[in-house]
Write a protein that binds this ligand. Structure first.
Ligand code: NI
Ligand code: MN
Length: 230
């Protein structure tokens, strides 16, 4: 039975059968993070949707510390490889691959692509397409949407997703109502809101999302540190 543990903002650890991957490990500098990078359990994979600082976060350091497989859009993986990540897998939107921890597919996200990080002087040295991930582990499929607008492309995921992690914070991504429409497109069994409440600009109420989703899916709101098994 796979388990998702929320660590604040858009960071989750997905675990099944002794394998673990982390999505968008923004922990240092995240006021809502419940763990420090050094306190994470062993990780096999590090999945990064795009290069903004609140997603790339500690990914390079964590991938090196755990000798983990990093998966990201192509240019972002190059950036991480240039900074010492040995197993940096750059993939393209629409591509998929079987890794030892599970199957990973990159899907479209409508958002920005600059890579922010201290190694580039905070200015961003690369740009890349942002992505979402569909990860299959233990017979369950998790869609981590990254940062994105509502897009009709999400209809292509209908029937392919069990659990959907969806941004609801508005301002930089979908707000609660668009996020609920996204759930209507994808039709997951369970929707977990993310990317809200970390900063004042994205301080939306997950109850708005929950009521907008209605009966379309079960909404599970996780506080940092809480887990959900499915
Ligand atoms: Ni972003
Ligand atoms: Mn973001």
């Amino acid at each position: 039975m796979p388990t998702l543990t929320f660590h604040g903002h858009s960071c989750f650890v997905l675990e099944h059968g002794g394998k673990r991957v982390i999505f968008d490990p923004f922990l240092s500098g995240n006021p809502k993070a419940d763990v420090k990078p050094a306190d994470l359990p062993h990780l096999d994979g590090v999945l990064v949707t795009h290069g903004h600082a609140d997603h790339l976060g500690d990914a390079v350091a964590i991938a090196k510390q755990h000798a983990a497989t990093l998966v990201a859009p192509y240019e972002l993986a190059l950036y991480c490889g240039d900074r010492g990540v040995e197993d940096a897998n750059g993939m393209g939107i629409g591509g998929s691959r079987e890794f030892p921890f599970g199957h990973v597919k990159l899907v479209a996200a409508v958002h920005g692509g600059v890579v922010e990080g201290e190694a580039s002087g905070g200015k961003g040295g690369y740009t890349s397409f942002p992505c979402g991930f569909v990860v299959a582990m233990g017979g369950q499929r998790v869609y981590h949407a990254g940062d994105t607008a509502l897009t009709l492309d999400m209809q292509l995921l209908e029937g392919q997703v069990d659990v959907m992690c969806v941004p609801i914070g508005d301002h930089y991504t979908m707000g609660p109502e668009d996020a609920a429409r996204a759930v209507g497109f994808v039709k997951p069994r369970v929707a977990i809101p993310m990317h809200f409440g970390t900063f004042p600009a994205i301080d939306t109420d997950p109850k708005r999302f929950q009521s907008a989703v209605g009966a379309r899916a079960e909404v599970v709101v996780l506080q940092p540190g809480q887990s959900y098994s499915f």
